[in-house]
Write a protein that binds this ligand. Structure first.
Ligand code: ATP
Length: 205
Protein backbone atom coordinates (compact mmCIF):
# COMPACT_ATOMS: atom_id res chain seq x y z
CA UNK A 1 0.00 0.00 0.00
CA UNK A 2 1.68 3.18 -1.15
CA UNK A 3 1.04 6.81 -1.93
CA UNK A 4 1.47 8.31 -5.37
CA UNK A 5 1.09 11.96 -6.32
CA UNK A 6 1.09 12.71 -10.04
CA UNK A 7 1.45 16.13 -11.64
CA UNK A 8 -0.56 17.66 -8.81
CA UNK A 9 -1.65 21.29 -8.69
CA UNK A 10 -3.31 22.68 -5.57
CA UNK A 11 -5.14 25.90 -4.73
CA UNK A 12 -6.05 27.88 -1.63
CA UNK A 13 -8.80 30.48 -1.63
CA UNK A 14 -9.25 29.99 -5.38
CA UNK A 15 -5.60 30.75 -6.15
CA UNK A 16 -3.23 28.10 -7.38
CA UNK A 17 -0.26 27.86 -5.00
CA UNK A 18 1.73 24.80 -6.11
CA UNK A 19 1.77 22.99 -9.44
CA UNK A 20 3.38 20.03 -11.17
CA UNK A 21 4.21 17.99 -8.06
CA UNK A 22 4.92 14.29 -8.45
CA UNK A 23 6.31 11.78 -5.98
CA UNK A 24 5.71 8.26 -4.79
CA UNK A 25 6.19 6.62 -1.42
CA UNK A 26 6.33 2.91 -0.74
CA UNK A 27 5.69 1.29 2.65
CA UNK A 28 8.52 2.13 5.02
CA UNK A 29 9.31 5.48 3.39
CA UNK A 30 8.92 9.01 4.68
CA UNK A 31 8.95 12.31 2.85
CA UNK A 32 9.70 15.61 4.58
CA UNK A 33 8.23 18.67 2.86
CA UNK A 34 10.09 21.93 3.15
CA UNK A 35 9.51 25.43 1.89
CA UNK A 36 8.96 28.95 3.22
CA UNK A 37 5.84 30.14 5.05
CA UNK A 38 2.89 30.47 2.74
CA UNK A 39 4.32 28.43 -0.13
CA UNK A 40 1.48 25.91 0.11
CA UNK A 41 2.59 22.95 2.24
CA UNK A 42 -0.63 22.87 4.27
CA UNK A 43 -2.65 23.13 1.08
CA UNK A 44 -0.71 20.25 -0.43
CA UNK A 45 -1.16 18.05 2.65
CA UNK A 46 -4.89 18.81 2.82
CA UNK A 47 -5.20 17.83 -0.81
CA UNK A 48 -3.25 14.61 -0.29
CA UNK A 49 -5.51 13.81 2.68
CA UNK A 50 -8.60 14.28 0.50
CA UNK A 51 -9.87 17.28 2.49
CA UNK A 52 -9.94 19.39 -0.65
CA UNK A 53 -9.91 18.50 -4.34
CA UNK A 54 -6.84 19.04 -6.51
CA UNK A 55 -6.95 21.67 -9.26
CA UNK A 56 -5.42 19.05 -11.54
CA UNK A 57 -3.39 15.90 -11.27
CA UNK A 58 -3.96 12.92 -9.05
CA UNK A 59 -3.47 11.59 -5.56
CA UNK A 60 -3.49 7.84 -5.47
CA UNK A 61 -3.86 6.60 -1.90
CA UNK A 62 -6.46 4.43 -0.21
CA UNK A 63 -8.54 6.88 1.86
CA UNK A 64 -9.26 4.24 4.51
CA UNK A 65 -5.52 3.84 5.16
CA UNK A 66 -4.78 7.51 5.66
CA UNK A 67 -4.82 9.76 8.71
CA UNK A 68 -4.24 13.51 8.70
CA UNK A 69 -3.00 15.54 11.64
CA UNK A 70 -3.08 19.26 11.07
CA UNK A 71 -2.80 22.36 13.18
CA UNK A 72 -6.11 21.89 14.99
CA UNK A 73 -5.70 19.65 17.98
CA UNK A 74 -9.11 17.97 17.91
CA UNK A 75 -8.63 17.04 21.54
CA UNK A 76 -11.63 16.82 23.84
CA UNK A 77 -10.80 19.14 26.74
CA UNK A 78 -13.13 17.61 29.31
CA UNK A 79 -11.98 14.04 28.75
CA UNK A 80 -8.81 12.81 30.40
CA UNK A 81 -5.72 11.97 28.38
CA UNK A 82 -6.51 8.28 28.67
CA UNK A 83 -10.17 8.81 27.72
CA UNK A 84 -9.16 10.86 24.69
CA UNK A 85 -6.97 8.03 23.42
CA UNK A 86 -9.62 5.42 24.18
CA UNK A 87 -12.17 7.50 22.31
CA UNK A 88 -9.92 7.74 19.26
CA UNK A 89 -8.90 4.10 19.38
CA UNK A 90 -12.56 3.11 19.43
CA UNK A 91 -13.38 5.46 16.55
CA UNK A 92 -10.80 3.58 14.48
CA UNK A 93 -11.89 0.14 15.64
CA UNK A 94 -9.02 -0.42 18.06
CA UNK A 95 -8.81 -0.80 21.81
CA UNK A 96 -5.17 -0.96 22.89
CA UNK A 97 -3.77 2.46 23.83
CA UNK A 98 -0.77 1.25 25.82
CA UNK A 99 1.73 1.62 22.97
CA UNK A 100 0.57 5.17 22.30
CA UNK A 101 0.71 6.10 26.00
CA UNK A 102 4.24 4.72 26.25
CA UNK A 103 5.58 6.24 23.02
CA UNK A 104 4.71 9.76 24.15
CA UNK A 105 5.27 9.16 27.89
CA UNK A 106 1.68 10.02 28.73
CA UNK A 107 1.19 7.69 31.71
CA UNK A 108 1.93 10.40 34.32
CA UNK A 109 -0.69 12.61 32.61
CA UNK A 110 -3.24 9.84 32.02
CA UNK A 111 -5.92 10.97 34.44
CA UNK A 112 -5.53 14.69 33.73
CA UNK A 113 -8.32 16.44 31.76
CA UNK A 114 -6.81 17.21 28.37
CA UNK A 115 -7.91 20.82 28.72
CA UNK A 116 -5.47 21.19 31.61
CA UNK A 117 -2.39 20.19 29.60
CA UNK A 118 0.33 22.53 28.41
CA UNK A 119 0.61 23.23 24.68
CA UNK A 120 3.43 20.74 24.22
CA UNK A 121 1.66 18.07 26.29
CA UNK A 122 -1.48 18.56 24.19
CA UNK A 123 0.60 18.12 21.09
CA UNK A 124 2.06 14.90 22.48
CA UNK A 125 -1.48 13.63 23.05
CA UNK A 126 -2.45 14.68 19.53
CA UNK A 127 0.48 12.74 18.08
CA UNK A 128 -0.17 9.72 20.29
CA UNK A 129 -3.56 9.59 18.62
CA UNK A 130 -1.84 8.66 15.36
CA UNK A 131 -0.67 5.42 16.93
CA UNK A 132 -4.13 4.31 18.02
CA UNK A 133 -5.59 4.81 14.55
CA UNK A 134 -3.60 1.87 13.19
CA UNK A 135 -3.52 3.64 9.82
CA UNK A 136 -0.60 3.18 7.44
CA UNK A 137 -0.32 6.59 5.82
CA UNK A 138 0.41 9.54 8.11
CA UNK A 139 -0.04 13.02 6.65
CA UNK A 140 1.32 15.47 9.19
CA UNK A 141 1.37 19.25 9.19
CA UNK A 142 3.97 20.80 11.49
CA UNK A 143 3.71 17.97 14.03
CA UNK A 144 6.46 19.29 16.30
CA UNK A 145 5.07 22.77 17.02
CA UNK A 146 5.32 23.42 20.80
CA UNK A 147 7.39 20.27 21.40
CA UNK A 148 10.60 20.40 23.43
CA UNK A 149 13.72 18.54 22.33
CA UNK A 150 12.78 15.42 24.26
CA UNK A 151 9.28 15.29 22.77
CA UNK A 152 10.65 15.84 19.25
CA UNK A 153 12.81 12.77 19.86
CA UNK A 154 9.71 10.82 20.98
CA UNK A 155 7.98 11.85 17.78
CA UNK A 156 10.96 10.89 15.60
CA UNK A 157 11.10 7.50 17.32
CA UNK A 158 7.37 7.00 16.73
CA UNK A 159 7.78 7.79 13.03
CA UNK A 160 10.73 5.44 12.79
CA UNK A 161 8.74 2.61 14.41
CA UNK A 162 5.83 3.36 12.09
CA UNK A 163 8.10 3.09 9.04
CA UNK A 164 9.68 -0.10 10.36
CA UNK A 165 6.18 -1.59 10.66
CA UNK A 166 5.54 -0.84 6.98
CA UNK A 167 3.82 2.52 7.42
CA UNK A 168 4.64 5.66 5.50
CA UNK A 169 4.55 9.35 6.27
CA UNK A 170 4.46 12.75 4.60
CA UNK A 171 5.52 15.46 7.02
CA UNK A 172 5.69 19.22 6.57
CA UNK A 173 8.15 20.66 9.04
CA UNK A 174 10.56 23.54 9.41
CA UNK A 175 12.80 21.71 11.88
CA UNK A 176 15.28 18.91 11.53
CA UNK A 177 13.59 15.79 12.89
CA UNK A 178 16.78 13.79 12.83
CA UNK A 179 15.14 11.32 10.47
CA UNK A 180 18.09 10.74 8.21
CA UNK A 181 16.22 8.01 6.35
CA UNK A 182 13.51 10.43 5.17
CA UNK A 183 13.56 11.93 1.69
CA UNK A 184 13.36 15.72 1.65
CA UNK A 185 11.36 17.64 -0.92
CA UNK A 186 11.61 21.42 -1.05
CA UNK A 187 8.39 22.51 -2.76
CA UNK A 188 9.67 26.01 -3.59
CA UNK A 189 10.43 25.18 -7.25
CA UNK A 190 6.80 24.08 -7.64
CA UNK A 191 5.39 27.50 -6.77
CA UNK A 192 2.57 28.16 -9.23
CA UNK A 193 3.26 30.69 -11.94
CA UNK A 194 0.82 33.60 -12.15
CA UNK A 195 -2.04 32.76 -14.48
CA UNK A 196 -1.44 33.99 -18.00
CA UNK A 197 -4.35 35.37 -19.94
CA UNK A 198 -4.70 33.80 -23.38
CA UNK A 199 -6.56 36.84 -24.50
CA UNK A 200 -4.58 39.72 -23.03
CA UNK A 201 -6.59 42.52 -24.63
CA UNK A 202 -9.80 40.76 -23.77
CA UNK A 203 -9.04 41.18 -20.10
CA UNK A 204 -9.38 44.94 -20.50
CA UNK A 205 -12.45 45.01 -22.72
N1 ATP B 1 -8.31 30.77 3.97
C1 ATP B 1 -7.51 31.22 3.03
N2 ATP B 1 -7.98 31.92 1.96
C2 ATP B 1 -7.16 32.36 1.01
N3 ATP B 1 -5.83 32.16 1.01
C3 ATP B 1 -5.32 31.49 2.02
C4 ATP B 1 -6.12 30.97 3.08
N4 ATP B 1 -5.31 30.34 3.94
C5 ATP B 1 -4.06 30.44 3.45
N5 ATP B 1 -4.05 31.14 2.30
C6 ATP B 1 -2.88 31.44 1.46
O1 ATP B 1 -2.55 30.28 0.71
C7 ATP B 1 -1.14 30.18 0.57
C8 ATP B 1 -0.68 28.79 0.98
O2 ATP B 1 -0.88 28.63 2.37
P1 ATP B 1 -0.41 27.32 3.16
O3 ATP B 1 -1.03 27.40 4.52
O4 ATP B 1 -0.72 26.12 2.32
O5 ATP B 1 1.17 27.53 3.23
P2 ATP B 1 2.29 26.77 4.10
O6 ATP B 1 3.40 26.46 3.17
O7 ATP B 1 1.66 25.63 4.82
O8 ATP B 1 2.75 27.88 5.12
P3 ATP B 1 3.36 27.78 6.63
O9 ATP B 1 4.79 27.29 6.50
O10 ATP B 1 3.29 29.20 7.10
O11 ATP B 1 2.46 26.86 7.43
C9 ATP B 1 -0.53 31.29 1.40
O12 ATP B 1 -0.07 32.30 0.53
C10 ATP B 1 -1.66 31.77 2.28
O13 ATP B 1 -1.56 33.15 2.53
Amino acid sequence: MGLRVSDLSVARGGIRVLEGLSFALAPGQALVLRGPNGIGKTTLLRTIAGLQPPVSGEVDAPAEALVYAGHADGIKATLTVRENLEFWAQAFGNSDISGAMAAFQLAPLGERPAGALSAGQKRRLGLARLLVTGREIWVLDEPTVSLDVEAVAMFAAAVRAHLAAGGLAVIATHIDLGLSEAEVLDVTPFKARPLEHDDFDGAFL
